[in-house]
Write a protein that binds this ligand. Structure first.
Ligand code: SPV
Ligand code: MG
Length: 320
């Protein structure tokens, strides 16, 4: 299975040895974020991407050992206490991606929803996200403004296939680094249009040049996705977001053989909400912080995550 689409040159490209290195040298510049993601896709059987909505959550995901980050639109919307219905602007999301890229080394897969409009908006978005330090984008085939995928009874309007192919081609034309990945997200299962429509769309998006296909499902069990993956005859790999069907373990994913990225779509924000609700309730119940204090990380741990030791060292060195 090809790791990246290379329309017109047979589909599969091996990665040149000179980019398969992390450390820069005089003759070999630091690999791009796109190349880094591509290397991970080549080196590991399955890339585990954790959702992040801030540089801090990105940093925690990196320390926990994930391979990549998912700059989730849902998480960022939730961070602003807003629904995930195209209310958070491109600038807000872009600045979050930029801030994360400045604080972590992991490749970032940016969730750019519908691309913020038509193919023209997509061109603008790709130029900015690549410059901001993203390694890849996911664009979904819904119309703008979109409605979040997992909501029961949500309005799920899809674009015509040709229109979305135009958006994929626009994205490819706008990237400067050929390793920057354009991932096409198929929402046909989410829209209730069935497997045949999902496969038709995925094939059309591969034909347009997409590097990977993200197939999304809100069914509570893995069957719908497993059936799609087994039926997929394309050459490019698949990405899944098993939020709705948590029984899809890594073992089960690997058994299917065609999935290269699993995205843990909203576990950073849900973990944060769980922790805050619990601690806030404890403080209210106790009328003080005496018990809650024992349940949460120390202030010193936050200092560590802020790199305060670096500040101290620099003070010693430079403040005279
Ligand atoms: C996101 O995390 O923003 C996603 C995944 O797009 S989902 O919310 O499941 O649609
Ligand atoms: Mg999203």
């Amino acid at each position: 299975m090809a790791i990246f689409n290379r329309r017109g040159d047979g589909g599969i490209k091996g990665m040149p040895a000179h980019v398969a290195q992390d450390a820069p040298t005089k003759d070999r510049p630091r690999m791009t974020k796109g190349a880094l993601l591509r290397k991970k896709l080549t080196d590991t059987s399955l890339v585990h991407a954790m959702a992040a909505h801030s540089p801090l959550s990105a940093r925690l995901a990196e320390e926990a050992g994930f391979d990549a980050l998912w700059a989730s639109g849902f998480e960022l919307s939730a961070l602003h206490a807003l629904p995930d219905v195209s209310l958070v602007s491109m600038t807000q999301h872009l600045e979050t991606v930029r801030a994360m890229a400045e604080r972590v080394d992991l490749p970032i897969i940016a969730d750019i929803d519908t691309g913020f409009g038509n193919a023209i908006n997509v061109i603008h978005a790709i130029e900015h996200y690549e410059r901001a330090g993203a390694a890849a984008v996911v664009i979904e085939d819904k119309s703008f403004p979109k409605v979040t995928s997992l909501i029961a009874g949500g309005r799920q309007d899809l674009l015509r296939i040709e229109e979305f192919q135009g958006k994929i081609e626009a994205a490819l034309s706008a990237r400067r680094d050929p390793d920057f990945a354009v991932i096409a997200r198929v929402e046909a299962l989410i829209a209730g249009l069935g497997e045949a429509e999902a496969l038709k769309r995925a094939a059309a998006y591969e034909e347009a040049g997409a590097d990977l296909i993200l197939i999304h499902s809100k069914q509570k069990t893995p069957d719908e996705i497993e059936s799609f993956v087994r039926a997929w005859r394309g050459r490019i790999p698949i990405v899944i977001v098993p939020t709705a069907y948590p029984d899809m373990t890594a073992e089960r994913i690997l058994a299917l053989g065609k999935i290269k990225i699993v995205i843990y779509g909203n576990h950073a924000i849900r973990a944060a909400v769980t922790a805050m609700q619990k601690v806030f309730a404890t403080i209210r119940k106790d009328g003080g912080i005496q018990n809650a204090d024992k349940e949460i990380v120390s202030v010193e741990e936050i200092f560590r995550l802020q790199d305060m030791d670096q500040v101290k060292a620099n003070e010693k060195k430079f403040l005279r």
